[in-house]
Design a protein around this ligand. Structure first.
Ligand SMILES: Cc1cc2nc3c(=O)[nH]c(=O)nc-3n(C[C@H](O)[C@H](O)[C@H](O)COP(=O)(O)O)c2cc1C
Length: 375
């Protein structure tokens, strides 16, 4: 099956995947295989895309002042998040519409995450239902939520996710309205025929909402609401015993307010440069938020992380774990589950190598002083 968003090319073979070593190589290949509209949707940012660009640059600008002559013959990247073991402190960030990248969509992503022992955050705007994704493999799945106007639908979705086996939620707090994404507008973004926003369909309903508009504002505008406030986070936390993390925080004071409202974790994120263009890169924000939160709850970060060295930098700046968005989509686009698996393997291999070369046998040894004096 093709969805009109991929050109009809076979998935890369295992040998072809094994010859890829960097995430940017995946992006070029994905670009050549996706339709112009699908690539623009996945790759694009908002405004002049300054935050999108600066996210990556900010990680790359941080030097690692490696430590020598430490016995690193035995190393582990293992950690835990809300008592769930992760083999690598890594999660797939919530990104919408995986079937636009590959016909097997979110289930392929889930299987690859599960095999690699990392977490997956499923977007509420996924093309596969939370039940199907949870059933596709084992390992922790979080569900991302937006607070739209329909609280009944949201309540149902929270219950569905709990029953399906999700271990927590990420409430996206950076999207009262959508950022202006000109690449999407120019390529006439619309949800391809045959795909549906599976989680936002009431069971039994044929078509619950219209997703047929052009541009993200008309296709998905109803899923968010400009009236959301901290009270709504409080309300959500009251609906579930599972941890709710606030995703999209870029200020220490907001992080602390989120905790007071009931959040049990913070995701430092600017939505991969897709919302406020001009927002600071997450590498700049993370240390301030980590300091304010002071290990009381997990702090996760995403935005522009493209290598194991970047993951190392984030951990050294106080992150409990990191999320990657587009790299997963590039892997999915070129080879479905095997492509995502290779992307994770590259990131994990690079983190392991960085740990060895900087004298860190375990994640807890990755401390701030490894980023040099003055950091
Ligand atoms: C194509 C695409 C779709 C996304 N969809 C969602 C979404 O549905 N919900 C959400 O909270 N964040 C969404 N995000 C933001 C990601 O969760 C994450 O914050 C961002 O991708 C991280 O940056 P990176 O892509 O540079 O790794 C999306 C990002 C992309 C690129």
């Amino acid at each position: 099956m093709t969805t009109g968003s991929q050109k009809t090319q076979a998935d890369l073979t295992r040998d072809e995947l094994a010859a890829l070593y960097r995430i940017d190589e995946f992006e070029s290949l994905a670009k050549s295989r996706l339709s112009e509209m699908a690539y623009a949707y996945f790759a694009g940012g908002s405004g002049r895309e300054r935050t999108l660009t600066r996210n990556q640059e900010a990680w790359e600008a941080i030097s690692v002042w490696y430590r020598v002559m430490v016995d690193v013959s035995s190393r582990s990247m293992a950690t835990t998040l809300f008592n769930e073991p992760l083999r690598v402190p890594l999660l797939a960030a919530p990104t919408a519409l995986h079937k636009m990248a590959h016909p097997e969509g979110e289930c392929a992503t889930r299987r690859a995450c599960s095999t690699a022992g990392i977490g997956m955050v499923l977007s509420s705007l996924s093309t596969t239902s939370v039940e199907e994704v949870c059933a596709a493999a084992t390992g922790p799945v979080y569900l991302q939520l937006y607070l739209g106007r329909d609280r009944g639908l949201l309540k149902e979705l929270v219950l569905r996710a709990q029953n399906a086996g999700c271990v927590g939620f990420q409430l996206t707090v950076d999207s009262p309205i959508w950022g202006l994404r000109s690449r999407e507008m120019r390529t006439g973004f619309r949800i391809p025929e045959g795909l549906e926003i599976a989680n936002l369909k009431r069971p039994g309903a044929e078509v619950d909402r219209d997703h047929s508009g052009v541009g993200i504002c008309s296709a998905l505008g109803w899923t968010i609401s400009p009236s959301v406030s901290w009270k709504d986070l409080e309300w959500l936390c009251e609906q579930t015993p599972l941890p709710v993390l606030a995703k999209g925080v870029c200020r220490a004071d907001d992080a602390l307010t989120a905790l007071r409202a009931g959040a049990r974790g913070i995701v430092v994120s600017n939505h991969g440069g897709r919302q406020l263009d001009g927002a600071p890169p997450t590498a700049e924000v993370l240390p301030r938020i980590a300091e304010a939160v002071a290990h009381r709850v997990p702090v996760i970060v995403d935005g522009g992380i493209r290598s194991g060295v970047d993951i190392f930098r984030a951990l050294a700046l106080g992150a409990t774990a990191v999320q990657v968005g587009r790299p997963i989509l590039w892997g999915l686009s070129v080879a479905g589950e095997a492509g995502v698996a290779r992307v994770i393997e590259i990131l994990a291999g690079d983190l392991d190598r960085t740990m060895a070369l900087s004298g860190c046998p375990s994640v807890s040894a990755i401390t701030r002083d490894l980023l040099g004096p003055g950091r």
